[in-house]
Design a protein. Structure first.
Length: 297
């Protein structure tokens, strides 16, 4: 594989593009607007500058990584010549199915089609394309350039050959791939999201406050980040979407989102991305309040 197309220039998409480009692949980064692409490229540049400042990469590495990325606003143009397409759009079933229908028309039947979904059925996504054996889940962790794990999810029809190719490719990126089967939430979110939801329930039931809940989990359970802080970091809208997928998939009330989470998302309090969630991330409060609230590990 030499050329990788990445659909979506948001948090996950630009991280995936960064990782492939830094590993020497030609990356075609695709999004619907130039503004989104510019923002994604600015994030990649800022992350590379931080790595340069820490001495983990050279100035030459920075230049090569940026040069390896080409941006597009049209899927058909962006996927031409791609050996692998990695979809990293919003965690929305209809959106992803629509993208894969477009990929079915635009890509060669030899192109491997991967999705970065963290909860949605790979089998369902694969059902909308010809040759569903080439559809696979490639769930990176955030922040992608730093986190080592990649969940490799086999759909019902995913072939052994495609699975091995993606497992080997992940190792070439310096990642640790783990193969899992196609059930709602897979492994990571099937375990993580109920924990985050229970932390929100604990707050909702007034058992303890935000700081207290996170401190118990950090100091008592050895978590590097408290569950409410982590939910803010992931995005409360993303947490809600994943819980809804799992609730619908399992029909089990233990996956039902907490009413507090639902209301916060409705109110636009999405965590870091919106400037406020369980913590206040506004510029005026950041230095003063966050330093007091977080116990640094």
């Amino acid at each position: 594989m030499k050329t990788i197309a990445v659909i979506g220039a948001g948090t996950m998409g630009n991280g995936i593009a960064h990782t492939f480009a830094q590993s020497g692949f030609v990356v075609k980064l695709i999004d619907v607007s130039e503004k989104s692409l510019d923002k994604g490229m600015a994030t990649i540049a800022a992350n590379l500058d931080r790595m340069l400042a820490k001495g983990t990469i050279s100035a030459e590495d920075v230049a090569k990584t940026i040069t390896n990325i080409i941006t597009y606003t049209d899927i058909k143009d962006g996927v031409v010549g791609a050996d692998l397409v990695v979809e990293a759009a919003t965690e929305n079933v209809e959106l992803k199915l629509n993208i894969f229908k477009q990929l079915n028309e635009a890509c060669s039947h030899n192109t491997i089609l991967a999705t970065n979904t963290s909860s949605i059925s790979i089998t369902q996504i694969g059902a909308v394309v010809a040759h569903p054996e080439r559809v696979i889940g490639m769930h990176f962790m955030n922040p992608v350039p730093i986190m080592k794990l990649v969940e490799i999810i086999r759909g019902y029809n995913t072939s052994d050959e495609v699975t091995k190719t993606i497992m080997d490719l992940s190792e070439k990126l310096g990642k640790t791939p783990v193969e899992v089967n196609d059930y709602p939430g897979f492994v990571a979110n099937r375990i993580l999201m109920p924990m985050l939801n229970e932390a929100i329930e604990t707050l909702y039931n007034k058992v303890a406050g935000v700081y207290e809940i996170d401190t118990v989990m950090k100091l008592g359970m050895g978590h590097p980040m408290g569950p409410l802080q982590l939910a803010d970091f992931i995005g409360l809208d993303v947490c809600l979407a994943i819980l809804n997928v799992m609730y619908e998939g399992f029909k089990n009330p233990k996956y039902a989102p907490c009413p507090l989470l639902v209301n916060m998302v409705r109110a636009g309090k999405l965590g870091v991305k919106s400037g406020e969630g369980f913590y206040d991330y506004s510029e005026s409060k950041k230095a003063e309040k966050i330093a007091k609230q977080f116990i640094l590990s």
